[in-house]
Design a protein around this ligand. Sequence first.
Ligand SMILES: NC(=O)CC[C@H](N)C(=O)O
Length: 470
Amino acid sequence: MKKKVICLLPNGYFCAIILAIWGVDSMGKRRAFYSLFLRDSNKPGGNACVPGVRTIHREGMLAFPGGELYARRGKGNFPSGACRGNERVSVSLRIHRAGCAPHTNTSGKAGWTMKAFLILEDGTVFTGQSIGADREVISEIVFNTSMTGYLEVLTDPSYAGQAVVMTYPLIGNYGICTKDMESERPWPDAYIVRELSRIPSNFRSEGTIQDFLLKYNIPGISGIDTRALTKILREKGTMNGMLTTNEKFCLEEVLPQIAAYRTGKVVEKVTCAEKYVLEGDGPKVALLDLGAKRNIARSLNARGCQVTVYPALTKAEEIIADAPDGIMLSNGPGDPKECVSIIEEIRKLYQTDIPIFAICLGHQLMALANGADTYKMKYGHRGGNHPVKDLKTGRVYISSQNHGYVVDTKNLDASVAVPAFTNVNDGTNEGLAYTGKNIFTVQFHPEACPGPQDSGYLFDRFMKMMEVDR
Ligand SMILES: NC(=O)CC[C@H](N)C(=O)O
C-alpha cells in the first residue's frame, strides 16, 4: 500500500495532518482508503466539520472507520514529528479495514507503527508492534503449538486469565470465520504472534484478527521472536508477563507487579449465566459449564443427545432432580484447586449412579473430589499434536490439548480410580477410569477444535454408558 502525507504541521499540543491513503483492495483494485484532516480542537475554528475532517482532543487514540490514529508525546516512528518547543509529537496511523493490508504504516515500512513490549517476569523484554487494543495488561504467558485453529484457541474459555503465544509463525491467514468460534467471545488477556497475515484469504472469512481483537478490547503484540520466547518458557517454565505500549516503563517498578499476578477464580467469569437446553431426541445429558467449548455440546447433540447446559455454580441437587441420563463435566480455566465449592457439588454427583464423562478441568475436579491431588506442570500442554496412550489397548491417539495442571497419580487410590490414559511425551496422566463406577475422565480434548479428532470415539463410549443405564 502506498500513502501520501500531504502535510504535517506543528499545531499547539497536537498537530494537524492531512493524509491521503492509497492502497490496493482485496480485489487488487487501487483505491483511496481514507483521508483525514486532524487539527488542534483548541484553535479557533478547529472544530469545523467538513467531510473527512476529524479532531483529536487529547493525547491518545482517534478511531475512525477502518483504523486508528495515535498521537503521543515523545519519540515516535512518524517520519517527521511535529515540534512544540523541544517536545516531539508523534503520530502513527493504523489501518485495519478488512481486505486491505493491516501492516501498512505512515512510514511506508512493513509492521505497525506503534511499538509494544512484552516484559517477562524474569526481566526479558521483547519489542514488537502493537496489535489489537492499546491496553496494558499483566497475565500468565502460555504457548500453543497448533498450526491452525487460531480462532478456536482464541475463543476457548480455558485461556481466561492467560496470554497466549502462538508458536506457528503466521497467524490469521484464513481470517475470522465466526462459525468456528468455541464460545461467544475470545478470552485470552493478550495475544502474541510472530506475524499477522496481511490479507486473509478464505471464502468463509468475515474479518481480520486485528478487528476481532479490537472489538473485544484485547491487546496483542506481533513481530517478536516467538521461538525464542517459547524456548524461555519451556526452559524456565510458564511465567507471568506484561504487555505494554508505554516505552518509558521502569523495569524495577513493573517486575514485582508482574510477579504478583495470579489467574485467580476464573470459572465464574466464563460460565453461562443461565441454564439452557439444546434439543435432541436421544439421551438427556446435563453439561456442567465450567467454561465449556461449544464443540462438547455439539458432539453430544450430533449424537442425538438433548443437552442441558448448567452454570458452573449449579447445585448438584438441581442437576440430579432433572434426572439426566448422563452428566458431562466440561473444560475450563484456572487452577482446579480454586474451584472449592464446585468440587463439593461434583462429589455429590459422583455419589449417584448417573454415568459421568469429564474433560480437562472436569477431569481434574472429579479427581480432586475423590481425594486425588493436582499440580502445575512446568509449561503445560497446549497444541494439536499430543500423543496419548490408551492403557487398556496400548493404542496411541494424537490429541488436542490445553492444560497447565495435571492429576497426580502417585498416591492415587486404586479403589477409587486407575489411570486410563497417559501422555507419551512426558508420562503424565491423561485420563482416569473410576473403579466400580460408570465414570471416566480425560485430560485431553476429544471434542478437538482445534486439533485432531482421533479421540472423538470417547463420546460414543459415553453414549454406550448411557444406553446401558437407560
Ligand atoms: N482446558 C482445560 O480445561 C484446562 C484445565 C485447567 N485450567 C488447566 O490449565 O489445567
